[in-house]
Design a protein around this ligand. Structure first.
Ligand code: GCO
Length: 446
């Protein structure tokens, strides 16, 4: 049976600048924290970097053709801040801006709706040297950078996403150091969450001030946190994980306050956290939609060895992707319905969902039934949510093509298109052909 989606449902794919563009030092681009981080030995599992990646900077026209072949209605990409401002601020690098103008023109000519993410983790290194996200000034520079984008591209990009996954780039980048800039300090990470949220608010303010026609929102990675048992300590641990990863970002944006329970936990751990009410007004400015990245749920148990939250997630042994993440489609339905329950009927987009599997190129073909199955089951859960009245408007598969998977380098493939890195050839996987059919039927068959 075919489960049909609403008529104007937006099907797309997502990528991010550092993961696909390459051309890391071309046309006046400045270094980003990811250039520096990957060029430091020991940080990336396979010693690789994004210097070339998918060479999308030079192959964007071919890649837009690929999107047309896949029937995509929309494409989510990110803009590299140091291409626009090599030093993070100051004067605009016109050549960098021109790249995105060319890309967006190509998308619009192909009737593919551009969704632009303003920040997907490649902070200009020059700003990191001034303290990066742990410094409140970075929010101001982000707003200035956003303002330039809205002015230059606002008429041709109808959907804007301020930040991608602030929890990930702050906690992993400043808290545990597995992402750029590789700092390990919970206090810094907490500061970074604050300036990131403020940056988001200031960008929304800048967008409204220009009166451009279009929509603006933010993308959060949201994960249902399930307790490993009925023991009180496990239940409490799951709650803390939820506070730290989900509510710490959702509450300020949609309720205008940070969760007090977590502020108290920070205080108990010697981390002071103060909120300026003027900042809070900006952070909670009304947005037009929420972008949700969903990959899995977490099963959480008490672990006193983990600082602050005394909690950790249990790694699944079976039913998991190459990332070791449990395949749990029902979690998507649970998440979407809980957002409505707790924060209201916000227009939602799934801005990322997808999976890594061991893909092999055999006779110019990639047979990836696991990815097809993963997508199918998640699409169905999205369908269920829509049927229940959730205002879900679109779905972006992560990712259009295999790319640089951060600390995992090129060892994980998330694409529905295979990239043969030595030749840069793109080969549509079985899952890509499957997705094309889903878009054509505007529905999922089970
Ligand atoms: C994210 C990351 C993506 C990852 C994907 C798979 O937004 O989580 O932005 O860049 O590649 O999530 O881990």
């Amino acid at each position: 049976m075919l489960y049909e989606f609403p008529k104007d449902f937006i099907w797309g794919c997502a990528t991010a600048s550092y993961q696909i563009e390459g051309a890391f030092n071309e046309d006046g681009k400045g270094p980003s924290i990811w250039d520096v981080f990957t060029h430091t030995p020991g940080n990336i599992i396979d010693g690789s970097n994004g210097d070339v990646a998918c060479d999308h900077y030079h192959r964007y026209a071919e890649d837009v053709k690929l999107m047309e072949t896949l029937n995509l209605k929309a494409y989510r990409f990110s803009i590299s801040w140091p291409r626009i401002f090599p030093e993070g601020k100051g004067s605009v690098n016109k050549k960098g801006l021109d790249f995105y103008k060319r890309l967006v023109d190509a998308l619009n000519s192909a009737s593919i709706i551009p969704f632009a993410t303003i920040y997907h983790w490649d902070l200009p290194q020059a700003l990191e040297e001034k303290g990066g996200w742990a410094d409140l000034d970075t929010s101001k520079y982000f707003a200035d950078y956003s303002y330039v984008l809205f002015k230059e591209l606002g008429d041709s990009i109808p959907f804007w996403i301020t930040l991608n996954e602030p929890a990930v780039f702050t906690y992993l980048g400043y808290g545990i150091g597995v992402h750029a800039p590789g700092k390990k300090d919970s206090g810094l990470a907490t500061k970074a969450t604050y300036s990131a949220l403020l940056a988001h608010g200031l960008a929304v303010e800048a967008y409204r001030s220009l009166g451009v026609k279009g929509q603006i929102g933010i993308t959060l990675n949201l994960t249902p946190m399930h307790s490993a048992s009925n023991k009180e300590e496990d239940i409490l641990s799951a709650r803390r994980m939820d506070l730290m990863w989900n509510r710490w970002f959702l509450d300020p944006i949609f309720k205008g306050s940070f969760p007090q329970e977590f502020i108290e936990l920070l205080a108990k751990n010697g981390i002071s956290f103060e909120v300026d009410s003027e900042h809070m007004k900006k952070i909670s400015l009304k947005i037009d939609f929420l972008g949700v990245n969903y990959y899995t749920r977490n099963i959480v148990m008490y672990d006193p060895k983990v600082p602050l939250i005394n909690a950790r997630s249990i790694e699944p042994t079976t039913n998991k992707t190459e990332m070791g993440w449990e395949i749990y489609p029902e979690g998507l339905y649970e998440l979407l319905t809980s957002i409505k329950r707790d924060y209201g009927n916000i227009p939602l987009y799934i801005t990322e969902n997808g999976s890594a599997f061991k893909d092999e190129l055999i006779d110019e073909k990639v047979d990836d039934p696991e990815r097809e199955d993963y997508l199918k089951r998640h699409f169905y859960q999205a369908y269920r949510a829509i049927k229940d009245g959730i205002d879900l408007k679109g779905y972006f598969v992560w990712s259009l093509m295999d790319n640089f998977e951060w600390a995992y380098g090129y060892t994980k493939r998330f694409g529905i298109v295979y990239v043969d890195y030595p030749t840069q050839k793109r080969i549509i996987k079985r899952s890509g052909y499957y997705y094309r059919k889903v878009i054509e039927y505007n529905g999922v068959e089970l």
